[in-house]
Design a protein around this ligand. Structure first.
Ligand code: CP
Length: 290
């Protein structure tokens, strides 16, 4: 299949090639694919991924088609394969898909148009991983030996699972923290205060409080006190360490509101970098390199 489904199938050199192209776009490189058309098929809500892909298309001269799930024939029962096959027949040059199902792209193996995974179930979110890596690389100029802690709902997080696999391959030490009911085999567990004191990157994850409140039997305030990045914990962070979060953020739950934009936060830089990595993966796919 063409496009970008998962980073697991790419070498570390190929991953660095994407990051380096994204940095060149950030530094002013322009590429023009005018006349091409792409569509965003989002079966799950999204702000950052959906609209930064759209902005990336516009920056590259590609016409983005809007797809409204609620008014589409998906509501009449059309399958993912038939919807994708339809857009391929209509002549689009690329399709971005976010879907609730893990590895949804397995059923799309015969599709020839490039597909870009905007997130699949709890499995993977490759462009989020790339924008996280770009942000880390801009900050530290390397990956080898950096300690990162993924904090929060690791068990249900496609960002945690996608990031950990690639970060380990790039030589980073990956730890997890947060409520133990959300811990899995992604990395060794660190208590939050130890993570804050020793890690170079605190990568917070959104707590899906609306889903887990009953199961956790805890208030937002108590979650924040036990596992959140409070103002006090930011003061205890290792010198030079940074805060990341894929967003959307729950202010006052996994992160104190005033911390979201503090000097150590790279949360809005991650969003900015998302446009450049999406420009890079679209460019490489349309040039036959992905
Ligand atoms: N980080 C992220 O994927 O955000 P959205 O769900 O808004 O796309």
């Amino acid at each position: 299949m063409r496009g970008l489904l998962t980073l697991k199938s790419l070498s570390t050199q190929e991953i660095m090639d994407i990051i380096n192209l994204a940095i060149r776009f950030k530094n002013g490189l322009t590429v023009n694919f005018s006349g091409k058309k792409m569509v965003n098929l989002f079966y799950e809500n999204s702000t950052r991924t959906q609209y930064s892909f759209q902005i990336a298309m516009l920056n590259l001269g590609i016409a983005p088609l809007s797809f409204n799930l609620a008014t589409s024939s998906v509501i009449k029962g059309e399958t993912l394969y038939d919807t994708v096959r339809t857009f391929e027949s209509l002549g689009v040059d690329g399709i971005v898909i976010r879907h609730t199902q893990d590895v949804y792209y397995r059923e799309l193996e015969t599709i020839k148009v490039p597909i870009f995974n905007g997130g699949d179930g709890t499995s993977d979110h490759p462009t989020q991983t790339l924008l996280d890596l770009m942000t880390i690389y801009e900050e530290f100029g390397k990956f080898q030996g950096l300690k990162i802690c993924l904090v929060g709902d690791v068990l249900h997080s496609r960002v945690a699972h996608g990031n950990a696999e690639v970060m380990k391959r790039l030589g980073m030490e990956v730890y997890i923290s947060g409520p133990e009911i959300f811990a899995d085999q992604t990395g060794p567990y660190l208590p939050i205060d130890e993570a804050v004191a020793t890690c170079d990157i605190i990568n917070l994850l959104r707590v899906q409080f609306e889903r887990h409140e009953k199961e956790m039997n805890i208030t937002k305030e108590e979650y924040h006190r036990q596992w959140g990045l409070t103002v006090e914990r930011v003061a205890a962070m290792k010198k030079g360490a940074i805060i990341m979060h894929p967003a959307p953020i729950n202010r006052g739950v996994e992160i104190a509101s005033e911390v979201a934009e503090c000097v150590s936060s790279r949360i809005y830089k991650q969003m900015e970098n998302g446009v450049y990595v999406r420009m890079a993966v679209i460019t490489m796919a349309l040039e036959g390199k992905l």
